[in-house]
Write a protein that binds this ligand. Sequence first.
Ligand SMILES: C[S@@+](CC[C@H](N)C(=O)[O-])C[C@H]1O[C@@H](n2cnc3c(N)ncnc32)[C@H](O)[C@@H]1O
Length: 310
Amino acid sequence: MVMNLTQRTDDLLDDSLAALRAAAGDAERTRAVRALFEGLRSLRGAGCADSWRAVTSRVMAHPVRALIHEDPMTRRSFEKPRGYAGDAVLLDYIYRHTVLEDVTSTGRVVNDYAVGRPAACAVRHRRDYLAHRIDRVADRVEGARVLSVACGHLREGELSTAVRTGALGELVALDADEDSLAVVARAAYPRVRPVTLSIARLLAAGTRLGHFDLIYSAGLYDYLAQDLAAKLTERLFESLLPGGELLVSNFLPGVTDAGFMESFMGWELLLRDLPAIEAFGACVDPAQVADARVFEDPFGAIGYCELSRR
Ligand SMILES: C[S@@+](CC[C@H](N)C(=O)[O-])C[C@H]1O[C@@H](n2cnc3c(N)ncnc32)[C@H](O)[C@@H]1O
């Protein structure tokens, strides 16, 4: 099995390199990149965790990697300048917020193809959905308080009428990364307060930030061990006002792009199925829960756990 996978990996990488080098235009480059994504997806599904690790180390050593890393998004994810893949700067590529400059034809095609894949569509859908949820809570509650946990650049703010016009009591934008919060501060939203705080300190500090009508976290739980995720969920739930809503998300095992993400991007997330996402609420006092549900997005890429407080 491992021999077979090794050969299949080498064939895929060799073929991709040859196809990209020979490509006469963007359509041919895109075909080559698509074949690479699909080949990696198939290899990831073909064996166990150890054999997949062997595949990714062959990817790292192959000359096609340099070509794929001509896409600044993929390269940034792989190089992890902030210590982990998937920082807020990387997400700006996925949001098509960052305009590519001085990028080769191959780099541009890799980027264009990757940000059109289901995983990236799901991240943009998540941002749009969060903006919608902020606007709905602003409609429902006069002077609503909102907490965004691990807010990154808070790009949902650009899509939320309530955030842009200040039709909220307050939105606390919490993140451990000061550089990301500087971007939030520059947006100068009228009712947004950036707060530099890590999850560890948030857990230790209790409800010092006050209570909220809506708390959400996107792009954080995928990095947290299950017990920490449950502890954080319990703490966030305790920080809800009566009638408040908590919404957290996590990538699903069905995401079709994990092969490319975990190899060329070096972006390893804890993929969880809906029962595991539902179990985020395991430590929450059931007597306090008015409603609980889990659901997945239209791309089958991101799952959500929503809990509302009595
Ligand atoms: C994938 S980004 C998501 C950003 C934003 N929520 C979004 O959806 O665009 C993850 C964010 O989590 C933050 N983060 C990671 N670990 C954290 C921790 N332990 N405490 C607080 N923030 C953390 C990072 O700084 C980063 O901004």
